[in-house]
Design a protein around this ligand. Structure first.
Ligand code: HEM
Length: 187
């Protein structure tokens, strides 16, 4: 089933197609994306530090259908790596289940590619931090698992975009989004 971001146009799902990536970056600027003002918080400075902009989020939003197309393999790869570590496997068995976590991670990653950073987005990340704190997940495992996600995104991008320069630009934007996520969850 297709994941619908709030206010997402159905046309977004149809726009990926098999089109060559040539004008893809220009087309992304036609997407709508939002970063809330977050007055009185450090969140804006955190995004500024890594250069995460609304233009980046437009690109992220345009990528969403591609990520959705590959989401199951990304999640399978993620949990294969995590379950390979006996300590992490035990933690999952003790506090949750793979089926449950697969579903929450899927929802989470697809929301990440909606092109909106608002209160709800931040709140969801803080809930993950709380969940991981509750089960005693150390930062080193969270960060390691994150690298696995980043590699999977990067593989999807390099398969789709044959123009190296374009693939690099897109991967850099994803890296910023993932870095912001880590700033929120590890704070
Ligand atoms: C919970 C994401 C790494 C184990 C969650 C939830 C999300 C999430 C979205 C659901 C939070 C909620 O219920 O609101 C992530 C991401 C990770 C990551 C994005 C890294 C990229 C890990 C690792 C483990 C793990 C390495 C290994 C043990 C768990 C468990 C829960 C959980 C057991 C359920 C906790 C509970 O229900 O009380 N995670 N996770 N996570 N995560 Fe992670």
């Amino acid at each position: 089933m297709l994941y619908m971001c709030p206010f997402q146009k159905l046309s977004n799902f149809l726009s990926f197609g098999n089109k060559q990536d040539k004008n893809w970056i220009n087309e992304a600027s036609e997407e709508t994306a939002t970063i809330e003002s977050f007055n009185g918080t450090e969140l804006v400075s955190q995004m500024k530090l890594i250069g995460l902009t609304v233009e980046d989020l437009k690109m992220i939003k345009k990528l969403q259908p591609l990520i959705e197309e590959h989401i199951d393999e990304i999640i399978t790869g993620f949990y294969q790596s995590v379950l390979d570590i006996p300590k992490l496997k035990q933690m999952i068995a003790k506090y949750s289940s793979i089926d449950r976590l697969r579903a929450t991670l899927k929802q989470h990653l697809l929301q990440m590619f909606c092109g909106t950073i608002d209160e709800e987005y931040i709140r969801t990340r803080l809930k993950i931090a709380e969940a991981h704190h509750r089960i005693g997940l150390e930062s080193k495992w969270y960060l390691g698992a994150f690298q696995k996600l980043q590699n999977s995104f990067s593989n999807v991008i390099s398969k789709k975009f044959h123009n190296q320069e374009e693939a690099q630009i897109i991967n850099n934007i994803i890296a910023k989004l993932l870095n912001f996520e880590q700033q929120l969850v590890l704070d």
